[in-house]
Design a protein around this ligand. Sequence first.
Ligand code: EPZ
Length: 420
Amino acid sequence: MDKLLIEGGRRLAGEIAISGAKNAALPILCACLLTREPLVLDNVPALHDIGTMLKLLAQMGVKVEREGERVTLCAADLGEPVAPYELVKTMRASVLVLGPLVARCGEAKVSLPGGCAIGARPVDQHIKGLQAMGAEVNVDHGYVLAKSPRLKGARLFTDMVTVTGTENLMMAACLADGETVIENAAREPEVVDLAQCLISMGAQISGAGTDVIRIRGVASLHGAQHRIMPDRIETGTYLCAAAVTGGDVRLTGTSAGYLDSVVDKLMDAGCDITSEKSPSFEAIHIKAPSRLKAVSIRTAPYPAFPTDMQAQFMAINAVAEGTAIIRETIFENRFMHAVELQRLGADIRIDGNTAVVQGVARLQGATVMATDLRASASLIIAGLVAEGETIVDRIYHLDRGYEKIEQKFAALGANVRRAK
Ligand code: EPZ
């Protein structure tokens, strides 16, 4: 099992490029199912989860071609509209084929994703929405079985803000008969990126980025070309790594525009952050103080502070000056990185969905275990400033969501290497 070895104490400096967004690419790959024509996608990151999704789509009969960051998908001739447990259990986002398959094929058999380390993560809202659009949906032997000769436009209201729930229902509504209104919709930039891709395919969508999205169904969609947006969580992760090491780092191919809440918190912590933007180029430059001030955070749906940045902020608060209160309101079990950070000497007390982090002067390197994608990132960030060597085990989690992570950290001067 791969592990990362990190020698702490290096200040990060230099420039790296940010990759395309995993959480935009995953739903957009599934959008290919909505048309018989080719969908050409650029800036697709080379990640394990992307590979899993491409394997799932190919298994359904989608023709997949990959040349570097460009992926061309053609769903002209689909086979069985089935997403088997063997694939879905390795990546919950596979549930994103459900809406497109029902809309395109009139039926779908998709394995229930099951829970993961950070929570139960049910898909009841995805199912409720499809039922409201006239689909007959049953859950049988661990599979969601959905059928509908043609979905009907409906007014949908999700009980909570759900990113992939909004995405699944928005894709299903594109080919429905009539208008669908999704209320309490997720406002994440990845939802907007998906909507922009669907619109380029001929979908009639308005309101993406707000909590009310209107989709007027059309008879069919056509092929298109779309460039995946930059990964704002990868961006935030490297900003935190630069911040905690007193670094001076420039991230290209990304924008602060999707990360206002994170940039605000890093500035409160004492960092100087500037954005560069021109029609053909964008970048973020961060200069950090020798020691950060503690900043409290409370996760919530976009545009509030993203839950996917919570673990990284727990790591930077572990060595900041002062005490930080971290509240996680999205997932019920997203503090597993806390016990690993405590092994490095962090002073963290957990009380339900609240963590109290008292900054310490120094962390001590140790062997720690990654439990989920963003927790893994927080352990690397902590390892960058821990005394001596930190070994992060089970880093297959990292490869799901961070492209070329040790190369990018090495390019910034970190002493990070992979070992078996
Ligand atoms: C997306 O997950 C992201 N994944 C997650 O990123 C991210 O943490 C999450 O949104 C929140 O921003 C992708 O986009 C592929 P939700 P998703 O549905 O859509 C509950 C990462 O690290 N809920 O917005 O699965 C759910 O349990 C990953 O890249 C229901 O109860 O999250 C959670 O408590 C981790 N029923 C809350 O809503 C449902 O039907 C928000 O979940 C759906 C969701």
